[in-house]
Design a protein around this ligand. Structure first.
Ligand code: GFB
Length: 311
């Protein structure tokens, strides 16, 4: 990828896409193209075709997707499977037809079996049943991986697929019901502190373990892999370290400065008991995360107070 190559980042306003744009700019890539949802609806195959025929990007980061936390996945499975299948089908096919040199597809650690051995190696894909709360989303992502590999096999396309662990950082979704746990709890603990609430309710039992990667580390990994990795086999991106949801909640309470009590709502689902990625493959290529969870939480809380909360 040259510094003046034409690079399209799909989903540039989201958590992941915005971090990829920041990293490309930091590395002095000068020809980045983006479209808002109003300018280009990726669900519309005719609009996507017209965009690729006119713009002819050379490199594509496919970071546009319907995403959400455990409750959103569990409540709207039809939307999650349909929209992700359509967006990725439209973009992958038009990328092939317009001769894109390389495309990076973003999957998720939830593509792995619910009870996969830990840490999860790339080869555990499709070796067991999925977690029920997000199987529709995971199936769409698995189809995306298969599509990238099929276009590689049949047409020789350089389409790579990366599997990030649970992400957080600036531009995340802080909605109380639909977001992932980390932004949900930043908001809930912050609001409890502001209103002097005696308790904060956190979903589930607190026992599940999750691995959290700051999205700036993900952005750096994605650009690094776009520059160096040309293999259609999937590759994990994570820290290789995890914490229980209870530990996370306590860490967020401390970050926010909330001193009240945590109450567990056990009627809410726990989801997968653990999904810690084996990151030896990406480490062997020379990439490692740099932002520890405590530091990433602190900076995300500052971002939340300055950007989200004031808006
Ligand atoms: O972040 P989260 O929704 O992602 O939930 P998943 C992680 C854990 O945090 C679960 C608990 O055990 C939740 O029950 N939790 C506690 C909360 N309080 C809250 C809260 O207020 N909000 C949320 N959201 N969770 C998603 C998948 O699963 O992870 C997606 O559904 C995707 O498909 C994403 O893969 C990375 O890790 O459980």
């Amino acid at each position: 990828m040259e510094k003046n190559s034409k690079i399209y980042v799909a989903g540039h306003r989201g958590l992941v896409g915005s971090s990829i744009v920041r990293e490309l700019e930091r590395k002095r890539y000068t020809n980045i193209i983006v479209r808002t949802h109003d300018e280009l609806d990726l669900l519309d195959p005719i609009a996507v075709r017209a965009f690729f025929e006119t713009e002819r990007p050379e490199y594509v980061f496919l970071a546009a997707a319907r995403v959400g936390g455990i409750m959103a996945n569990n409540t709207y499975p039809a939307d999650f499977i349909r929209e992700n299948l359509i967006v990725q089908t439209n973009v992958l096919h038009e990328a092939y037809k317009s001769g894109v040199k390389k495309l990076l597809f973003l999957g998720s650690s939830c593509i792995y079996p619910k009870l996969a051995p830990q840490p999860i190696k790339e080869e555990y894909l499709m070796t067991g049943p999925l977690e029920e709360t997000n199987s529709a989303y995971a199936m769409a992502k698995i189809a995306g991986i298969e599509m990238c590999q099929a276009y590689h096999r049949q047409y020789g396309c350089n389409f790579i697929s990366v599997m990030p662990t649970n992400l957080y950082g600036p531009n995340d979704n802080f909605s109380p019901e639909r977001s992932h746990v980390l932004p949900a709890l930043i908001r809930r603990f912050h609001e409890a502190k502001m209103s002097d609430a005696p308790t904060v309710t956190v979903w589930g039992t607190g026992a599940p373990k999750r691995e959290f990667l700051h999205v700036d580390d993900l952005g750096s990994a994605c650009v690094f892999l776009m520059e160096t990795y040309d293999d259609p086999s999937i590759i994990n991106i994570g820290t290789g370290e995890d914490v229980t949801i209870r530990e996370l909640a306590e860490l967020i309470a401390a970050t926010v400065g909330y001193n009240g009590k945590i109450v567990w709502d056990k009627t809410k689902p726990d989801g997968t008991p653990q999904k810690k990625l084996d990151v030896s493959k990406i480490h062997a290529l020379g990439w490692k995360h740099t932002i520890p969870l405590e530091q990433g939480l602190a900076s995300t809380y500052v971002w939340f107070k300055n950007s989200f909360n004031s808006a």
